[in-house]
Design a binder for this molecule. Structure first.
Ligand code: ZN
Length: 417
């Protein structure tokens, strides 16, 4: 350990979470990969209770170092339960799923223990041969229903369509989850991994490409102390944006009875986002209305991409309006690096930037894949807005925006705890 890391480690050993400037000092170490790793490794080897400080430190650990931590964690977990070691596994599954393929059997064995969190399941980036083996095991007649359920969860995580089709068909015919509505339940399962059912076929409802919003400096103006919800420290807030920026915020109609907010105008459609036959797309939302009535709400877009609420003849009025000026600004985007392609709301724990365009939604419960009011088909995921800055959803949730390209309809819903 360097002197700075050792000093922090000794102070932390003595005072625990009462260590002065604890997060500031952690972030100081994070600027040096060797220092942060030595602290995190020592933490893992000496403690066992789950810790937000430990979890926060993992975001600064490189892939090579993560591989080493994973080995240590697996050795620990073979002997006894340990929440820190479990954290290493969960974050590895999210951030470096490719590391799982080398330790597949050990990880799957652990997942058969009852204390594992099945919402974060290995499977992504598995190799073809591993997927084939899993599918063959899943179809065997000599394994229990419970084991099959677990393998099913891993199989869907692979996002490998041919295998999922076979597993889905088997699960439906045998009512694998003993559900009253097997079809609907299985669709909910696959919607958690970016897939859904359209016209009796399993397809992706998510763009292949993902971007993170990059906000102007001081957008999150609250002068918070460096703490977990500080909107600057985590790597997902620091991506380098492309030079193109977009108008963001402000109003489309400043009607006090039901203000129509401007979310964003894409005067160029970002690459990989499926919006065809429109040169521009403006997203707008009656935010107060969505917050008061939960929604979902849908908007139809004209030839210029401008939205109007599909109100089915209802003249909505809102109850509450706070007159904070909702300013127009500019935002830009950065293509999401593979490490942060899939983010989990719980594991992000307010540290991470969850303002995303494309990719898969970061659901708080299971994703609610909206149904287009025109064609009645499942819509495609478009983007999500977290709570923060000008936005506040319910008790502090995420707003999800969907798009039907055929009908030029956008749809909005939100989830919170
Ligand atoms: Zn439609």
């Amino acid at each position: 350990m360097t002197e700075r890391a050792e000093k922090f480690w000794l102070d932390f050993r003595e005072r625990g979470m009462y260590t002065e400037r604890i997060y500031e000092r952690l972030f100081e170490l994070a600027s040096n990969p060797i220092e942060i790793y030595s602290f995190t490794k020592a933490y893992l080897e000496n403690y066992h209770s789950g810790s937000t400080l430990f979890d926060a430190s993992l975001s600064y650990i490189s892939k090579g170092q993560f591989e080493e931590l994973l080995e240590i964690a697996l050795v620990i977990l073979k002997k006894r339960e340990n929440e820190l070691a479990q954290s290493v596994i969960y974050y590895a599954i999210l951030q470096f799923p490719e590391l799982m393929t080398e330790n597949l059997n050990e990880v799957l064995e652990l997942y058969n223990e009852k204390y594992y969190n099945w919402s974060i399941t290995p499977g992504r980036n598995f190799e073809e041969i591993q997927i084939e083996k899993l599918l063959a095991k899943f179809l065997r007649t000599d394994i229990s229903k419970i084991e099959k359920q677990k393998i099913f969860e891993v199989l869907i995580q692979t996002r490998n369509l041919p295998s999922i089709e076979i597993a889905f068909k088997y699960a439906l015919e045998n009512n694998l989850f003993e559900s009253l509505y097997p079809m609907e339940d299985l669709i909910t399962h696959i919607e958690c991994v970016g897939l859904t059912m359209k016209e009796n076929t399993i397809v992706s409802y998510c763009p292949n490409i993902a971007y993170h919003f990059v906000f102007p400096k001081n957008y999150f103006s609250k002068n918070e102390p460096i703490w977990l919800d500080n909107k600057s420290e985590h790597p997902t807030w620091k991506f380098k944006a492309s030079t193109k920026s977009f108008k963001f915020g402000g109003y489309l109609e400043k009607d006090l009875k039901n203000p129509f907010y401007h979310i964003i105008t894409f005067d160029i459609i970002p690459e990989g986002i499926k919006v065809t036959n429109l040169k521009m797309l403006t997203l707008g939302l009656h935010i107060n209305l969505l917050n008061e009535q939960f929604g979902p709400f849908f908007y139809t877009h004209d030839a210029y991409g401008k939205p109007s609420l599909i109100n089915n003849g209802i003249n909505y009025e809102i109850k509450y309006f706070d007159d904070d000026e909702y300013k127009e600004r500019e935002v830009a985007f950065a293509q999401t690096p593979s490490r942060w392609r899939i983010q989990d709301w719980g594991m992000a724990n307010s540290r991470e930037n969850l303002f995303r365009l494309g990719g898969e939604p970061t659901a708080i419960q299971s994703p609610e894949v909206l149904i287009c009011p025109n064609c009645k088909g499942k819509m495609d995921f478009f983007m999500q807005l977290d709570t923060g800055g000008d936005f506040f959803w319910g008790t502090g949730g995420i707003c999800y925006i969907y798009w039907c390209d055929k009908d030029k309809v956008s749809g909005y819903c939100f989830q919170c705890t």
